[in-house]
Structures are given as structure tokens and as C-alpha cells.
Design a protein around this ligand. Structure first.
Ligand code: NAP
Length: 464
């Protein structure tokens, strides 16, 4: 038998998850000229691109242009897409061991983190994850309901997801209608009665997790003013000292933007956005099972043993009336069957992308990349270097014969097996039919695309 990775016996790799980390795995392999590789990419949805399709905000179309690079990877002759196929349901680790030399899990972080406060599960309290997936047309979330007849909305967290959620709530129908936001969300947002949006950050402006372009956009709404309290915009001595020393460019820009908002004249626009710092929700107060206010504590910063500035509660409290609450305090991964998982990190147990057992030893043939490897951090491009690190290990392990010992590497055999379990397997060519239909509908209505958010509708279109 020819050596694994040669033209006669290509390295067969299964990629579980078709988001950025999955596609960057393919592009990194494509750069390695002396290894012949064939990649089969699985996704439980019929559509590829993960969070680029279902997470990146619809009014941030430029960020979605990375899919052009993913299209190039998909055109690679050794690439196949097996959409509408779920790991753990239609395909299992034993199957992958029989048909591939290596598997890489790039399944992202679909779960949200809780606040752990009383009232969190009242009606009207949601995770940002659900809202984002809903307005982006993720099929699993298309029928969710969000009560946008509420005038006051609280968004907890100070990262870019919180910014996305608040921005979508503050924009006008005309601003949103020009995007590829799901039609069901556009209809509900058009009727929105939201007047006041509060973003709550537990630390100060110098510790905010948002990035400069996102905070800058908050000052550019057609019909919403941005408000920051002067006393919350001012840095405490420790934050100022650390910033003076680091001169971190992003933090300097963030702080400058926040401080400019604190002195900006309010133009009495119909909507008001309040960006609050040094406050933590301590309770969601309900009435008849429905959230109607958020109790918050004023915080102060202290330096922990590692020199990090952390928030701690003071005795000052405040109540913000709100009938709708979104928690946006980070994501975590979902455990996968037969894959070692680190519960406290919410990631697959791994060392630099090689999956590890409880004793720290690596599991030959099993790898991970993206958020499920390192946690939900960084921008889309961060997954490129992340996947590069893992692919480097995969190639090094191949040279040492550390991989599965498959008994049937014929690409037709695994496809036949998958089709026997999921007759509605969606190939890349099938997805392109959906893609073209969405783009054509977009063209007809002057939008980037009109998304189909129902799996059956996609399958009917593919069959037609
Ligand atoms: P994130 O950037 O990690 O932000 C999480 C926020 O939640 C932080 O402000 C954090 O505050 C806060 N938080 C955590 N636990 C909390 C608690 N118990 N109470 C109150 N606040 C709490 O997460 P994310 O916003 O979900 O974003 C995930 C990743 O996607 C990030 O890397 C982000 O930059 C990226 N992303 C990028 C874009 C873009 O480029 N436009 C858009 C969306 C998402 P502390 O800092 O105090 O912990």
C-alpha cells in the first residue's frame, strides 16, 4: 500500500463543522504541497459557513465577504460537503475511524453562558445567542418569539455580540431592510416599540470587550442617541495607570469614543441607547412570570493577585425597568459524543489542537480548531492561525504514522454509508442552488440576499 498522503493513498480527513475554522483547515491543507489530502466537511445544517452566515450581524456585510475565500477551498478537487448530516446522529466516531485517517472538530461554541442570578429564566429573558440566530435566519431559531412591544430592553455584557444586539434594536426599518436579515425578523423589528436600550458592562471603559469600530458605530444611528454617564466614562486611577503604561491602541480608541459620548449633546431622537459601565445585574424582577425590571449593583474595580482589574459590588443599587433582557456574556461549546470535553472551559480537551485524554495524552487521529478548541475569542481571521496550528500538528503526526487505521478509504463507501442514514444529504452543488436562489431574490429586492430559513424549503428547492 502506498504511503498515506501520497497521490495513490491520499490522507483522508473528516472535518466536523463548516464554519470559518473548518474552511481554514481546508485552505491550510491546500498550502501543503507534498501531502495529498481529501477532505469531507460535515455540517448538521444544509448551509455552510457557520457563524459567518448565522452569527455575523446582517448590517456587517463586509465581514461576510470572507466566504469568497471559502468558495475557493470548496473548489479544491479533494473537497466534499456533506450538509444536513449531524455528527452523533447520522455519523459516529466509529464510522470516521473506519473511513478516515484523521478527524478535526470545528463545531464552534453554540451554547450561551448564564448569569446565575435570580429571575434569569423569566419570560422575556433570553440569550443573545437565540436573538442573533433568529434575526440571521438560523433554521433552528426561526420560530422564536421576542416581545419587541416592550419599550425598555437591557443587554447584559460589553462584548461585540452585545453591541450587535443593541445596534439591531436601535436601527430603523430602512437601515435593516437593506441587509440580509431574515424576513421574519424584519417584520417583527418593523413593529418594534423599543425606545430605550441599556447595555450593562460590569467593568469600566478600559476593560470593555468591544472593539473600536463597533463602539464608533453606536454614535451613528439615524434615530437613536447614545448616552454615557460622565462619572462612568472617567477612568479610575488603576485603569488610567495601566493604560498610560500599555498605550494599547484599541483600548485608547475605546476609551476616547466612550468619553466623547459622555459629553455629546442629546438630539432627542426617538430611541435612546444607554451604555452603562461598572454595573452588574443582581436580579431580574418579574411580574406574573414576565421580567419587568432589572436590579443592578454599582461596582468598583480592584486588582487581583494576577494584576487584573476585576469588578466587585458596592452597596449602591438601582432598578432599570425592562420587559426584555438579553444576556450576552459569552458562549461555550457543546460536548460531542465520544470526544473528551473540558466542562469548565466549555471546549474540547486539547493541547494546541490535538485532542487529549483525561491523563493529558493525545488521542491519535483526533484534532480540533476554532472556538471549540480555544474558546469564543477573536475575530473571524483568528481562526485561520488557529487552524494553521492544528493542521501543522496533523501533518507532523502523519509523518510519524500517528493516525486512525481505516479499513475502507474509498470516498464512495463513506458517502454511501452517510446517504443510507441521511438520504437528504446536501452536497456543495446542492447548497449552491440555495445560494443562487437567495442571491437572485436579493437582487430582485435590492438586498445582498433573501435568506431561506426553513430546511424543508431548502430541500424542496434542491430537489426541484
Ligand atoms: P466577549 O467578547 O467575551 O464579551 C463578553 C462580555 O460579557 C464581556 O464584556 C464580559 O465582561 C461580560 N461578562 C462575562 N460574564 C459576565 C457576568 N457574569 N456579568 C456581566 N458581564 C459578564 O464575548 P462576545 O461578545 O460573545 O463575543 C465573542 C467573540 O466574538 C469575541 O471575540 C468578539 O470580539 C467576537 N465578535 C466579533 C464581532 C466583530 O468583529 N464585529 C462581532 C461579534 C462577535 P468582562 O470583560 O468583565 O469579563
Amino acid at each position: 500500500m502506498a504511503v498515506v498522503g501520497s497521490e495513490l493513498n491520499p490522507l483522508r480527513v473528516a472535518i466536523i463543522g463548516s464554519g470559518p475554522a473548518g474552511f481554514y483547515t481546508v485552505s491550510n491543507f491546500m498550502k501543503i504541497k507534498d501531502v495529498h489530502v481529501e477532505t469531507d466537511m460535515y455540517d448538521r445544517l444544509p448551509t455552510p459557513f457557520g457563524l459567518v452566515r448565522a452569527g455575523v450581524a446582517p448590517d456587517h456585510q463586509k465581514d461576510k465577504s470572507v466566504t469568497r475565500a471559502y468558495e475557493k477551498s470548496a473548489a479544491y478537487p479533494g473537497f466534499r460537503f456533506f450538509g444536513n448530516v449531524e455528527y452523533g446522529l447520522h455519523i459516529h466516531l466509529d464510522d470516521l475511524r473506519r473511513h478516515y485517517h484523521q478527524v478535526i472538530f470545528t463545531t464552534g461554541s453554540p451554547f450561551d453562558r448564564n448569569l446565575g442570578i435570580s429571575g434569569e429564566h423569566l419570560e422575556g429573558s433570553h440569550s443573545a445567542t437565540e436573538f442573533v440566530a433568529w434575526y440571521n435566519g438560523h433554521p433552528d431559531f426561526a420560530d422564536r418569539q421576542f416581545d419587541l412591544t416592550q419599550e425598555n430592553v437591557v443587554v447584559v455584557g460589553m462584548g461585540n455580540v452585545a453591541m450587535d444586539v443593541a445596534r439591531i434594536l436601535c436601527k430603523t426599518h430602512a437601515e435593516l431592510a437593506a441587509t440580509d436579515m431574515a424576513d421574519h425578523a424584519l417584520r417583527v423589528l418593523q413593529q418594534s416599540k423599543v425606545r430605550n436600550v441599556y447595555i450593562l458592562g460590569r467593568r469600566g471603559p478600559a476593560q470593555a470587550a468591544f472593539t473600536p469600530p463597533e463602539i464608533k458605530e453606536m454614535g451613528e444611528f439615524e434615530e437613536a442617541d447614545v448616552n454615557v454617564l460622565a462619572e462612568e466614562a472617567m477612568l479610575d486611577v488603576a485603569s488610567q495607570t495601566l493604560l498610560d503604561a500599555s498605550q494599547d491602541k484599541n483600548t485608547l480608541k475605546n476609551v476616547a469614543a466612550v468619553q466623547a459620548y459622555a459629553v455629546r449633546e442629546n438630539q432627542r431622537k426617538p430611541r435612546q441607547l444607554y451604555i452603562r459601565f461598572l454595573v452588574s445585574p443582581t436580579e431580574l424582577i418579574g411580574e406574573a412570570g414576565q421580567v419587568h425590571a432589572v436590579k443592578i449593583n454599582k461596582n468598583e474595580l480592584y486588582m487581583d493577585d494576577q494584576g487584573a482589574l476585576k469588578a466587585r459590588a458596592t452597596t449602591a443599587e438601582e432598578i432599570i425597568p425592562a420587559g426584555l433582557v438579553f444576556r450576552s456574556v459569552g458562549y461555550k461549546g457543546k460536548p460531542l459524543s465520544d470526544v473528551p470535553f473540558n466542562e469548565s472551559w466549555g471546549t474540547i480537551a486539547n493541547h494546541r489542537g490535538a485532542i487529549t485524554n483525561n491523563d493529558g495524552s493525545t488521542v491519535p487521529g483526533m484534532y480540533t480548531a476554532g472556538w471549540i478548541k480555544r474558546g469564543p475569542s477573536g475575530v473571524i481571521g483568528t481562526n485561520k492561525t488557529c487552524a494553521q496550528e492544528t493542521v501543522g500538528l496533523m501533518v507532523a503526526d502523519l509523518a510519524m504514522n500517528k493516525h486512525f487505521q481505516p479499513t475502507d478509504t474509498d470516498p464512495a463507501a463513506i458517502e454511501a454509508l452517510v446517504r443510507s442514514r441521511q438520504p437528504d444529504l446536501v452536497s456543495y452543488a446542492d447548497w449552491k442552488k440555495v445560494d443562487l436562489a437567495e442571491l437572485a431574490a436579493g437582487d430582485a429586492s435590492n438586498r445582498p440576499r433573501v435568506k431561506i430559513s426553513n430546511v424543508n424549503e431548502m430541500l424542496e428547492l434542491i430537489r426541484s
